[in-house]
Ligand binder design. Structure first.
Ligand code: MN
Length: 235
């Protein structure tokens, strides 16, 4: 490794994700998230489902990479007694860009994965009441467990894939990505008008209905048809 400049301490290595069928890993830059992108989930959160979706971020190092074949441990975070699961399709950007047209957007996608937008729901509810930012509710350490990435060429029809989450073998969330209010290409395009997308950016595309609390010891099984599953043990 040869940097042209010296640092006062060694920079942290990037967070990275496992890739199905590859020894190489995918380095993570930012994690963008879409709020309320399935109508039934918007309704369970008290909205009509007709509002335009919106964006928030998690830090890149909030990504908790799961191996291809095993569960990953997620520590139960501090400051909450109501940690919620939100199973989501994750889009991984391989080619950056600004002001990307909807028709070009999917050419910027490197691959797809199953992810969990873990949320301190009690803190989020309080922040919503006060009109304050959601960072502490959404952007804590290990708040984005993500399974192994599948390259886009091998991922199948991710725009019409079943998406489910089981907790301890019980079905909690079930939907299909065709129910997304904003489609994948529209999300990539819209984001690229607000931020310059870069290789390594991840987009969590929103969760179907059925969000709920988990406890220490719970085993979460997240599935999207055509993608590597994600298993998370809350510890
Ligand atoms: Mn979410």
């Amino acid at each position: 490794m040869s940097f042209a400049m010296d640092f006062v301490f060694p920079p942290a290595p990037p967070c990275s994700l496992a890739v199905v069928g590859h020894a190489q890993r995918f380095p993570v830059r930012r994690i963008y998230c879409v709020g309320r992108n399935y109508a039934e989930h918007a309704q369970e959160m008290g909205f009509s489902g007709r509002e335009a979706p919106f964006f928030f971020l998690k830090p890149g190092d909030a990504a908790l990479s799961a191996p291809v074949d095993a569960a990953v441990d997620m520590p139960y975070p501090s400051l909450t007694t109501d940690l919620h699961h939100e199973v989501e399709l994750v889009v991984a950007i391989g080619q950056g860009g600004s002001h990307i047209a909807v028709t070009d957007a999917l050419q910027h996608v490197w691959g797809y994965a199953v992810g969990l937008d873990m949320t301190r729901r009690d803190l989020q509810a309080e922040l919503k009441k006060q009109g304050r930012p959601w960072c502490i509710a959404k952007g804590f350490e290990a708040s984005a467990p993500i399974g192994a990435l599948t390259p886009a060429t091998q991922a199948g029809a991710v725009d019409s894939a079943n998406i489910t989450l089981q907790v301890n073998g019980q079905l909690r969330q079930s939907g299909n990505t065709r129910e997304l209010i904003w489609k994948l290409a529209e999300i990539v395009s819209q984001l690229s008008h607000a931020w310059a997308l870069q290789p390594g950016d991840l987009i969590m595309t929103g969760t179907p209905a059925g969000v709920g609390a988990v406890q220490r010891g719970d085993l979460l099984d997240a599935h999207i048809s055509g993608l590597a599953p994600l298993r998370v043990r809350v510890v």
